[in-house]
Design a protein around this ligand. Structure first.
Ligand code: FAD
Length: 118
């Protein structure tokens, strides 16, 4: 495309959409059209007291790597939300609400970093 208004379009504000935006930001693409009904981490946020199926010891490195590669690892809400998960023992499973909070922190940081079009 010559002179496109945006370089990429992502549809959906759930984990898949959030990580797609992160992957684009990782490639220094900040001209993204992100279209979502809500920016609340998708279905994960609906199941507040359900334990996640991934242990803390596996989730934290995943979230940390994603935050580092998309350059939001120092965002205060991102730091705080990952630290909250680490209060649960490494061999245990965090609540989905805690995972949703990390994804919501990512969303907030990404939306600040990109040229946002609803
Ligand atoms: C009880 C339960 C427990 C679970 N536990 C885990 C777990 O432990 N670990 C795990 O990884 N997964 C778990 N899941 C699954 C997890 O919820 C999904 O894998 C995840 O939410 C999928 O993310 P997604 O972004 O693909 O879709 P969604 O979370 O469904 O997000 C899609 C978003 O896109 C929006 N959207 C859709 N179409 C459009 C459109 N045309 N325009 C604009 N917006 C649109 C929707 O409104 C929604 O917000 C669990 C699910 C349930 C029900």
């Amino acid at each position: 495309m010559d002179n496109p208004e945006v370089h990429a379009v992502v549809i959906g504000g759930g984990p898949a959409g959030i990580l797609a935006v992160g992957a684009l930001l990782e490639q220094n693409c900040t001209s993204i059209g992100w279209v979502a009904e809500t920016f609340g981490a998708g279905r994960l946020a609906h199941y507040t007291n359900v334990p996640a199926n991934t242990k803390v010891k596996h989730l934290v490195p995943g979230f940390t790597t994603a935050a580092q590669s998309s350059k939001i690892a120092e965002d205060p809400r991102v730091v705080q939300s990952i630290a909250a998960i680490q209060k649960t023992a490494a061999e245990e499973w965090p609540l989905l609400s805690e995972c949703a909070e990390v994804f919501q922190a990512f969303t907030e940081a990404y939306r600040r970093d990109m040229r946002f079009r609803k």
